[in-house]
Design a protein around this ligand. Structure first.
Ligand code: SAM
Length: 212
């Protein structure tokens, strides 16, 4: 990373702290994963904004990526499922903490582009698939953590069924243009839910999501 990226990144870290990110491991992951490699136009890479990545999709706002990562309470031995690879940035952040990240993207051009970035440092433990993530990834289930980075009308039962007992799932649910960020913890007694606030995500489109 050159010095202008370092300055931009440190400025972003200050913003993340101001936004309530207290987990130092999350902040360190933002230092390690160069966001400018995941966007087409690197000029705004370290601004706290969502940016277009093509196919009508976006790389999420850094504050939101950091908040969702922190809410997952990650540990080194965990297996994570991400729905909505997009640029691959969130997957690369998750890869810093976990044993393996499985990530699914419905747009082939985005999935293929993200897969090409696998050569970046600290990104080898990510497995990519192009397909409908609303069905999860049954072959690799159950997952210790599930993160959905697109907005669903309701929480798909197909995903909660692939979460381990003791696992955490984060998913924006609600309207097509604005949602509530839901945090689920799976216990022996079922799913406990909590809202982490309002968010705006592109729609989750698929069999158990919105129709195209
Ligand atoms: N996590 C991404 C990143 O770090 O760049 C940002 C994700 S973007 C906000 C949401 C992504 O979800 C889009 O790329 C969209 O194509 C994808 N998506 C929507 N519905 C999907 C589905 N059923 N399965 C997989 N991906 C889906």
């Amino acid at each position: 990373m050159n010095s202008s990226h370092n300055i931009g990144c440190e400025r972003l870290i200050v913003k993340l702290r101001e936004g309530g990110i207290t987990d130092e491991r999350v902040l360190e992951a933002f230092r390690k994963v160069p966001r400018h490699l995941f966007v087409d136009n690197p000029i705004q890479a370290y601004d706290d904004v969502a940016l277009s990545i093509g196919s009508g999709q976006t790389i999420s706002q850094p504050t939101v990526v950091a908040q969702m990562t922190q809410l997952l309470e990650l540990g080194k031995d965990q297996k994570i499922l991400e729905i909505g690879t997009g640029s691959g940035f969130q997957a690369a952040i998750l890869a810093q903490f976990s044993r393996r990240v499985y990530t699914v993207e419905r747009h082939r051009e985005l999935g293929d582009k993200a897969r090409l970035r696998r050569r970046e440092p600290g990104y080898a433990n990510v497995t990519f698939k192009v397909g409908d993530g609303t069905c999860g990834w049954i072959q690799h289930s159950p997952f210790d953590r599930i993160i959905v980075t697109a907005g669903a009308p309701v929480t798909p039962e197909s995903l909660s069924a692939q979460l381990t007992t003791g696992g955490i799932m984060i998913i924006p649910t609600g309207g097509r243009s604005a949602q509530e960020l839901m945090v689920y913890k799976k216990t022996d007694g079922g799913l406990e839910s909590q809202s982490a606030g309002q968010v705006v995500f592109v729609p989750l489109i698929g069999q158990h999501g919105w129709k195209e």
